[in-house]
Design a protein around this ligand. Structure first.
Ligand SMILES: Nc1ncnc2c1ncn2[C@@H]1O[C@H](COP(=O)(O)OP(=O)(O)OP(=O)(O)O)[C@@H](O)[C@H]1O
Ligand SMILES: [Mg+2]
Ligand SMILES: [Zn+2]
Ligand SMILES: [Zn+2]
Length: 637
């Protein structure tokens, strides 16, 4: 408790330390020392993102800022930052356009905007992201607006900044009435951007289009004071408290923008063209903010189909935000969502989320016209796995084949998480220590399709068949997992088999004999052993020589570079070794896992395997036993 109180105290003090108040003259000194305090909203947002760090992975930039919450959207985010925010930060023309995120439902658009808001709030609390404003300005405007037009070129040169925009009506009046034009005395303060306080961050979400009031965007007449000031054009009789006012210096999220009335959109249009908007009976009001809207594809298509929207359209920059297409990232999305939901005591078995992810990513992929590739191979390639016969350049080509289309439709992460939740609830009610397996999840996804009202019969068929594919993928993993757990020391067995194979291959390729380690006799290379491994991956008798030579070349490359060659160093050889080990073991596993009355030895073995699954692979007793039974039934087919 004391620790908590101390933390509260510390927090209060750190907020206190951020306070700064002075005159405009003081502010000018501050700007002279650090011109970045006068940066524009777009630059502040861009710099905020960059300040978290940038990495480059396989030629794609990764902004660490997005890493914690958005997965698999690297390409889309790179475009967003490099094609919009970066040029906007350098004051290029794009900054005058509205940024419209376009993508399928549940694809992370709102999450992205929320991250930018939270990021900006935090950034404004750092020295690099500090924001200063005229005290009392309802729009917390940039104090440099106080500099009269005639003096600006001089001031800009002196301070190394750019001044844009004019005083708001409120401040204009204040400077005249209260300071008699002595702008250097006007009070300035540091402001912390905060959505909750309506400082620099706004959200506009349309209500009923008929009753929608433009005042929500641009403020309104203050009926409490209009009597006093007598005129609607007196700024004291106007409340500059629309979202566009409040979001000045930061960003405004425009939800469901395309559902709005045209009249509304025209206001935005002027903002997006000149950085000004019209409010009440005032001259244009300057605003420095990123307007970021989001929409789905069908709404967007309807919007551009309407000729009347042409002018607005040219003032919008559309950024596609497609679904994630990498299985491993999809799993991370579900992990995040499961963590957020209160799943309490329920155990999620290994590969349960993976199986769901395979299904949803498959649903988003398009069938390539290229020969020799199916959806599952594509799924693997997109996830960065090696697939026989494909190079990284092929993956790029596959991506280009459906550029802008792939990822814009398919299963939405929300659907999957709803189905997982429903499986959890069902199981959770029936047992004290519930556990959700991959099979539970796939079943629940399937049941959900029956209840889904908006799905066509063809789409339903397609999705059902993809669930079956995901199931096959899971079956393979399940078999491997059990077989590996059966081999006491899997790595060691694989290593022994590999070394044995390599000794023989080496002798074969060099036309040598091989010394038997037990009897010390010289003998010919063991053709049966080598073939029993090679046959696992379909190396024919004619191809065996080439295969063996390839292995020897790989081996010597490794040796030259000082690397150790192990059974994972050659993808096909790894597969062959694994299959060979499993083939030798298959009967043991099948018999042990399916027998109804295991003998003492079998029972001991099963217990060991269950134990290993629990200790090393994240199973609980319930899903480990279920896995053994399931794999037993698969192997008996
Ligand atoms: N690529 C992703 N990485 C991380 N989380 C994601 C991703 N895509 C979706 N999500 C998660 O899925 C949920 C739905 O996403 P969000 O609400 O951001 O989507 P949206 O595009 O705004 O959807 P809508 O069009 O329905 O408004 C959120 O909980 C979000 O965190
Ligand atoms: Mg949304
Ligand atoms: Zn002002
Ligand atoms: Zn479990």
């Amino acid at each position: 408790m004391n620790a908590l109180l101390r933390r509260l105290e510390e927090y209060r003090m750190s907020e206190e330390a951020l306070r700064w108040e002075g005159t405009f003259a003081d502010y000018l000194e501050l700007v002279a020392r650090n011109p970045s305090v006068a940066q524009f909203a777009h630059a502040r947002i861009y710099n905020m993102i960059i300040s978290h760090g940038v990495e480059e992975v396989n030629g794609v930039r990764r902004y660490r800022f997005f890493d914690q919450e958005l997965f698999g959207l690297e390409r889309a985010l790179e475009r967003l930052v490099e094609e919009y925010l970066h040029p906007a930060a350098r004051r290029l023309d794009v900054r005058k356009r509205i940024l419209l995120l376009m993508g399928p439902v549940g694809g992370g658009k709102s999450t992205l905007v929320a991250m930018l808001k939270r990021g900006l709030e935090a950034y404004s609390r750092t020295p690099e992201g500090a924001v200063y404003a005229i005290r009392g300005c309802p729009m917390h405007e940039e104090p440099l607006h106080l500099v009269p037009r005639e003096l600006r070129p001089e001031v800009e040169k002196e301070l190394g900044v750019v001044i844009e925009g004019d005083l708001c009506p409120h401040c204009r009046l204040m400077v005249r009435e209260e300071y008699g034009g002595r702008i250097e005395e006007v009070p300035v303060q540091r402001v912390l951007l905060s959505e909750a306080d309506r400082v620099g961050i706004g959200t506009f979400s349309p209500s009923d289009p008929k009753s929608q009031d433009i005042a929500d965007l641009t403020g309104s007449i203050d009926f409490a004071t209009i009597g006093e000031y007598g005129s609607e054009s007196d700024p004291r009789a106007y409340r500059f408290d629309g979202e566009l006012n409040k979001a000045n210096r930061g960003l405004m999220e425009f939800q469901e923008m395309l559902k709005l009335d045209e009249k509304f959109l025209w206001h935005l249009l002027s903002l997006s063209q000149e950085g000004n908007f019209k409010a009440g009976r005032f001259a244009l009001i300057s605003a420095d903010e990123l307007v970021i809207a989001h929409t789905n594809e069908s709404e967007y298509r309807a919007f551009i189909a309407n000729k009347k929207n042409e002018a607005l359209q040219s003032r919008i920059i559309v950024m596609p935000i497609p679904y994630n297409l990498k299985v491993s990232d999809e799993v991370r999305i579900y992990e995040k969502l499961v963590r957020q939901a209160d799943t309490g005591h329920v155990h999620i078995a290994p590969h349960a989320l993976y199986a769901a992810a395979v299904f949803s990513v498959l649903s988003r992929l398009k069938e390539s016209k290229r020969a020799g590739i199916d959806l599952v191979k594509k799924l693997r390639l997109y996830d960065g796995a090696e697939v026989e016969g494909f190079k990284p350049a092929d993956v790029e080509e596959l991506r280009r084949e459906f550029e802008g289309v792939e990822g814009m439709s398919g299963v939405d992460p929300r659907y999957v998480i709803n189905r997982i939740s429903s499986a959890i609830i069902q199981k959770g009610e029936n047992s004290a220590k519930a556990c959700i397996t991959a099979l539970d999840v796939l079943r629940s996804l399937k049941d959900g399709l029956d209840q889904h009202p908006s799905i066509t019969p063809q789409e339903r068929e397609r999705l059902l068949s993809l669930i079956a594919v995901a199931r096959q993928e899971y079956d393979e993993i399940a078999k491997r997992e059990v077989q590996k757990a059966f081999i006491y020391s899997y790595e060691e067995s694989a290593r022994n088999l590999l070394n044995n194979y390599l000794d023989n291959v080496e002798a074969y390729c060099n036309n040598h004999q091989i010394r038997d380690p037990l009897t010390d006799e010289l003998r010919d290379p063991d053709e049966r052993l080598m073939r029993s491994i090679e046959e696992q991956i379909g190396v024919s008798d004619n191809a065996k020589k080439a295969f063996r030579e390839e292995i020897m070349i790989r081996l010597s490359t490794y040796a030259r570079r000082g690397l150790t060659f192990d059974y994972t160093s050659h993808e096909r050889l790894r597969e062959a070794i694994e299959k060979k080990l499993f083939a030798d073991l298959k009967d043991v596993v099948r018999i042990t896992t399916t027998t109804r009355t295991p003998d003492a030895d079998q029972q001991r073995r099963m217990d060991e395997v269950v134990d290993r699954l629990i200790q090393e692979h994240g199973y609980c007793a319930s899903c480990a036993n279920e896995l053994l039974r399931y794999v037993g039934s698969l192997l008996s087919r």
